[in-house]
Design a protein around this ligand. Structure first.
Ligand SMILES: [Zn+2]
Ligand SMILES: [Zn+2]
Ligand SMILES: [Zn+2]
Ligand SMILES: [Zn+2]
Ligand SMILES: [Zn+2]
Length: 204
């Protein structure tokens, strides 16, 4: 290694920097006492910051979700795409759940059936896309669009039917309560009258 760069500077063997010859003694004392070379990245760092530097720059980190420890350059990929505890959503019901449980959930969820309004058959959710593409030969996006519209229309109709029915129910319930009340009053009045009659016949 070249130690003398030119007349004016010298390379410090500790930090590899060019030091003016006039400052060499002073620099050497300071450099070896206060600085050290990072074993990982080779940067010169203050000895008192060495631990901090290692922890914040090189130390392995643990995943916030599964606590597995790994190199920091892969933590983002791990948390976003690999971690078994990252939250994903079910393809069929869009329920959010940890990735590790997804396969088991979808196995069950995809087996549920839903009525296809084009052919009036029950279709497994996992087969719905294929079915809608081929059902009655209607092309896929029209099939999805119209089956959604039909589902929506049916739902609206059901809601309207329920709303139409409710006032009648309320009315007949009120009428029933009313006639119970009338009967109750009649019975009370009747027994009160009989009581009075009994009392007056005892007195006389
Ligand atoms: Zn130095
Ligand atoms: Zn370093
Ligand atoms: Zn993780
Ligand atoms: Zn699901
Ligand atoms: Zn169908």
């Amino acid at each position: 290694m070249e130690t003398v760069l030119d007349q004016a500077t010298i390379i410090c063997s500790h930090c590899d920097r060019a030091i003016p010859v006039a400052n060499v003694d002073l620099h050497n004392a300071h450099c070896s006492r206060n600085l050290q070379k990072c074993k990982v990245c080779g940067d010169m760092i203050a000895k008192k910051n060495a631990e901090d530097h290692y922890l914040t720059t090189h130390a392995p980190v643990s995943c916030s979700l599964c606590s597995e420890t790994m190199d920091r350059d892969i933590i983002n990929i791990h948390e976003g795409e690999k971690c078994p505890k990252r939250i994903v959503t079910c393809d069929f019901c869009e329920f959010p759940l940890p990735a590790v449980d997804l396969a088991e959930h979808q196995e069950v969820c995809g087996n549920r059936t839903e009525l296809c309004h084009l052919c009036n058959k029950y279709v497994r959710l996992r087969e719905r896309c294929n079915h809608e593409a081929s059902c009655n030969g209607i092309i896929q996006d029209i099939a999805i669009g119209s089956s959604r519209n039909m589902m929506q229309a049916e739902r609206n109709e059901r809601v309207q039917r329920r709303q139409r029915r409710r006032p009648q129910n309320d009315f007949s319930t009120k009428r029933l309560l009313f006639s119970i009340a009338i009967t109750g009053i009649a019975v009370m009045l009747g027994s009160f009258y009989l009581q009075r009659k009994a009392d007056s016949s005892e007195v006389h």
